[in-house]
Ligand binder design. Structure first.
Ligand code: PEP
Ligand code: MG
Length: 767
């Protein structure tokens, strides 16, 4: 065999050294030798190429790292020398999944001398893990008589070879994968994740990554030039995608858009990254293997970084790397498109509402996000679907692996990864208790929402899809106080036709029977983006929540509103239509939207079609400016509905999708409550019905405060109906009204704590 010496440090010679080794390994792998003979040849090839007296391969067998092949150590030690994980240099590489490069091996604290190998002559030592599915299944190491550290390029060559070896080992079934995984799991052990409760509930299932990891079929390239072209094209496509996302500013359905996208962009255009991938291709790897190879190195470096901010950025690079892998390998789908095969807890950095809706609801049991905030639309959708969500979990993707068993206790804001038996038992007990409580709430279904002082409160549910409608009868709600019509648009690949809209609205009203359904006209834009409306110049927005959304879109594209108006009017033939407009900022916008409905009514009348019995118009109060104009607006309305999700984001100038602001402001703040008290008083003066339909109304203490402001109509998430009914049955309205006035007239910062004390002193119990 000829040797290919590794020259002085420069990347092209590193590539050519690795390439020579790879070419020869390729021949070995393709040969008809048995696996053991192949490994024997491999250690010869590597040892010779790197001018190393010793080259050895250890593989995981029955939980131990066993010497499988060696050049330079005593052959009698093969299949005899065995090290535990964490034992000696070899064991510590496997335990940490990290490379070691030592000029003097014996000086390392983990060094453990094995006389049977005859290794005492050798001073230098370098070892790299052989990794499969992110876990060490073996070690490749070289040793040298001279005490010298191996050059970076030699280490790189070893790492590349280790990748190829992992394929050879898997193909030859030299390592029991099941065992490797079981072992690695016990190595990592159980973990407890802490986060922010976004949707309450308990769930158990296996971890499923929304963006699954890619399986790499081929590691050694047949044609380097072709691989280079594939990577070029993938980079182009990825950069294009990132640029488009940045211009639409709606990446991931919410989140720290600017910051994340800026980092993504920086990495996407980083010459260093693409150069390293190209070098790996030069060394003979396929495009996929080269991306993975560079990613592996980044991951290893990431572990050595203590700075959480930098670690976060490394996650971004990892994300991007996965994106590049998906493009190059053509494996583009999310876990939803592949279908869930068992009870699953979805793991993602963030999700858009449409992405969540793609999942099979029978199998999707919970969601854990690295980002997320209470009023992001994806969370509203999850709440409507009854899927618990834990958000803002730090380093989530570093701690959970695909398929790991998970117990999610969103009530307590925790999740257990790879739980112990004790954890499972404790969780099952809590789960049983929660189910009991839910059953108790379900029993309140036929009980009227009446306060302790005898006043009937209107409790309706929020909905958005046909599938949500059974919740009306299941909870005994008074109807649907907010039907988010845009959900139909979100789950469709194309703009829903008028016929499809009419069918949905009719079905929804049919299911509600004689209970009212308040349809909100489409509120698209913000964190509810529609792919088929996106390719529009006007859509490049920096602040989509305050941008071209909701009624602003509908009025400008009046075709959209006209079609919807027709669909709603036709679907309500012979019954009462309740319709409201989102994001009204000035009264004229209400007039303009109503005029579209009036126009359609006139047309239908002309066609002698059956008309609705009555049309009741309402407006949503979400933009604070409108509160100043209620004297003008109220006389035109039947009802006003406060969307506290948007209202609070505008009152506090705090993006509702930004996870950094998720816990910053409290709904029970004097500013919000005083604002709502003023609105409530104005509506009373004008005889306008007032509803609160934001998430705030579905929380017990918040709802208590709203009662104290004179609000008597709530439209809330279905799961909250039981808890809200049980709360209001304990309340005397004049008492809470008095208390709220007292608290708001001289507001204290800890209004939440004061209100809670007040309620508890009266024996009002909360969940
Ligand atoms: C709101 O803003 O409070 C609201 C109910 O509307 P959405 O959450 O759909 O924006
Ligand atoms: Mg809103």
């Amino acid at each position: 065999m000829t040797s290919a010496p590794v020259g002085p440090v420069n990347s092209s010679s590193a590539a050519s050294a690795a390439r020579t080794i790879l070419t020869r390994l390729h021949e070995v792998m393709a040969s008809r030798q048995n696996a053991q003979a192949k490994l024997n040849t491999v250690v010869e090839v590597i040892g010779e190429s790197l001018h190393s007296e010793v080259c050895s391969i250890y593989l995981l067998r029955e939980g131990m790292l066993e010497l499988f092949a060696t050049r330079g150590l005593a052959q009698e030690a093969v299949h005899v020398t065995r090290m535990a994980i964490g034992e000696g240099l070899v064991g510590s590489i496997a335990a940490r999944n990290e490379t070691l490069n030592l000029a003097e091996a014996a000086a390392h604290p983990d060094f453990s001398y094995r006389p049977e190998t005859g290794e005492d002559r050798f001073h230098s030592f370098a070892g790299v893990p052989i990794v499969r599915r992110e876990r060490s299944v073996g070690i490749l190491c070289v040793q040298h008589v001279d005490p010298r550290r191996y050059e970076e390029i030699e280490i790189e060559a070893l790492q590349t070879v280790a990748m190829v070896l992992s394929e050879l080992i898997a193909n030859a079934e030299l390592v029991d994968e099941e065992e490797a995984f079981g072992l690695a799991a016990s190595l990592t052990g159980p973990e407890q994740l802490r986060g922010l409760t976004l949707v309450k509930g308990l769930a158990a299932g296996a971890a499923v990554y929304h963006q699954p990891r890619i399986t790499i079929e081929h590691i050694v390239a047949e044609d380097t030039e072709a691989e280079r072209q594939r990577v070029y094209m993938a980079f182009d496509k990825m950069r294009d995608q990132i640029d488009r996302m940045a211009s639409q500013a709606e990446f991931g359905g919410g989140g720290e858009h600017d910051e994340v996208l800026e980092t993504y962009r920086m990495f996407a255009y980083d010459e260093g990254w693409s150069r390293r991938i190209n070098e790996a291709i030069d060394s003979g790897l396929t495009a996929e293997a080269a991306i993975e190879r560079v990613q592996q190195r980044t991951r290893m470096r990431m572990r050595q970084i203590d700075d959480p901010l930098l670690a976060d950025r490394m996650h971004d690079l990892e994300d991007l790397s996965n994106r590049l892998l998906r493009i190059v390998s053509g494996q583009l789908g999310t876990a939803a498109s592949m279908g869930l095969r068992h009870d699953a807890i979805l793991i993602a950095r963030n999700l858009g509402p449409a992405e969540l809706l793609e999942y099979d609801k029978r199998r999707l049991k919970g969601v854990i996000l690295e980002e997320g905030s209470l009023t992001a639309h994806v969370i509203i959708v999850a709440r409507a679907m009854g899927i618990p969500v834990l958000g803002r979990v730090k380093s989530l993707r570093g701690l959970v692996r695909e398929g790991d068993p998970l117990l999610l206790d969103a009530d307590q804001g925790i999740a257990f990864v790879r739980p112990t038996r004790d954890m499972v038992i404790a969780f099952d007990e809590r789960h049983a208790k929660t189910r009991e409580r839910q059953a108790a709430y379900a029993a309140l279904r036929d009980m009227q929402p009446v306060t302790a002082c005898g006043e009937r409160i209107t409790v309706m549910v929020n909905a958005g899809l046909r599938e949500d409608m059974p919740n009306v009868s299941l909870t005994g709600a008074d109807g649907v106080g907010l039907f988010r019509t845009e959900f139909q648009f979100l789950v469709s690949a194309t703009l829903p036709s008028r016929e499809r809209q009419t069918r949905l609205y009719r079905d929804v009203m049919d299911t509600a029977g004689d209970k009212p359904v308040v349809f909100r006209t489409v509120d698209i834009g913000g964190d509810k983006s529609l792919p088929y409306l996106r390719h529009d110049e006007d859509h490049n927005e920096e602040n989509p929540a305050m941008g071209w959304r909701a009624l602003r879109v509908a009025l400008e594209r009046d075709g959209l509103l006209k079609v919807q108006a027709r669909a709603l009017l036709e679907a309500s033939a012979g019954r009462t239509l309740h319709v409201m407009f989102p994001m009204i900022s000035e009264p004229w916008e209400f007039d303009a939207a109503k005029a579209v409905f009036d126009g359609q009514l006139t047309w239908l009348r002309g066609q002698r079609k059956q008309l609705p019995e009555a049309v009741k118009f309402g407006a949503m109060l979400e933009v604070p400016a409108l509160a100043e104009m209620l004297d003008v607006l109220c006389p035109k309305l039947t009802f006003l509905s406060v969307g506290t999700n948007d209202l609070t984001q505008f009152l506090f100038a705090a993006d509702r999708s930004n996870p950094k602001l998720a816990e910053r402001y409290d709904w029970l703040s004097p500013a919000i409550l005083r604002f709502l008290r003023r609105v409530s008083r104005t509506c009373q003066q004008h005889g306008t019905l007032l509803t609160v339909c934001g998430e705030m109304g579905g929380r017990q203490l918040e709802a208590l405060a709203l009662l104290g402001l004179g609000i008597r109509r709530l439209s809330i998430t279905p799961a909250a109906v039981g808890p809200i009914k049980s709360m209001l049955r304990q309340v005397h309205l004049h008492e809470i009204e008095e208390e709220m006035n007292r608290l708001l007239d001289e507001p204290a910062q800890d209004l939440r704590a004061r209100l809670l004390d007040w309620a508890q002193a009266r024996g009002i119990t909360f969940d």
